[in-house]
Design a protein around this ligand. Structure first.
Ligand SMILES: *Cc1c(COP(=O)(O)O)cnc(C)c1O
Length: 240
């Protein structure tokens, strides 16, 4: 598909450009280097055609939350060999084999048993699975994550696993009223990362910020924002 076939893509290419402009503006406001924040386009609940439209616009990194849906979509898009797939959903122990085989990244790792299974099940012909540890920084979210005091131990456990590559931290705070309130949990994640980072383990990835709070996240140091609605439009349905 050519980019000028934009009609019929449901406005995805235009929204992608708008989101990229929002990211650039926030990076500038934060006085951070251009290009220092990656966009993960969260395609969960949207069809393979939506991913194709974003791909045609040059986008390559996509996030999925539901294993079964993702596996089907990945199969339909097997011809797009340079896509990078990120699993951002809740991990279930009986799905780790599929996650380890199909995805390049896992955000939201918060359980040492899942970590061990993902490492054991990572196919040998693929590079180590990149993971971010999910942290419950605000203490208020219901979407999982380890307590800040438990992060160091989970990182150590992951580092002992040969087929995992610990890249950083992730958080999914509850929605907040205004930018100041949005920034609080993101700042906490960054400070935690700064405390835990070492030269050999920089924890360079800070996976934080979504459609409604990506500016706040970038102001606090996000290196990857996970954006669904602002790229693909409202989700046709919500699962789980
Ligand atoms: C769905 C989802 C997103 C994207 O949310 P939007 O508000 O649609 O941008 C980001 N991160 C996670 C973990 C999600 O589940």
């Amino acid at each position: 598909m050519e980019p000028d076939e934009a009609i019929g893509d449901d406005g995805i290419q235009e929204r992608l450009r708008e989101v990229q402009a929002r990211i650039r503006a926030a990076v500038e406001r934060a006085q951070r280097p251009p290009g220092s924040v990656a966009l993960l386009a969260v395609s969960k609940t949207h069809g393979a055609e939506a991913v194709r439209a974003a791909y045609a616009a040059g986008h390559r990194a996509f996030g999925e939350s539901y294993v079964q849906e993702a596996i089907e979509k990945i199969a339909l898009l097997a011809d797009l060999t340079d896509i990078e797939w990120h699993f951002i959903g809740r991990i279930q122990a009986n799905k780790t084999r599929q996650i380890a085989a199909r995805f390049d990244w896992v955000h939201g790792l918060s359980d040492p048993t899942h970590a061990r299974r993902l490492s054991e099940q990572r196919p040998t012909d693929l590079p180590p699975l990149k993971v971010c540890i999910q942290v419950n920084v605000s203490g208020e979210n219901t979407k999982g994550g380890v307590e800040p005091s438990e992060v160091a131990a989970l990182i150590a456990a992951c580092e002992a696993l040969p087929r995992l590559d610990v890249c950083g931290l992730m958080t999914l705070p509850a929605p907040a009223e205004d930018e100041d309130a949005q920034r609080t949990p993101f700042r906490a994640l960054r400070l935690l990362r700064d405390r835990l980072a070492t030269p050999s383990r920089p924890l360079a990835c800070l996976s934080m910020g979504m459609s409604d709070d990506l500016e706040a996240a970038i102001l606090e140091g996000a290196t990857l924002v996970r954006v669904g609605t602002a790229v693909f439009g409202p989700r046709p349905y919500n699962v789980g």
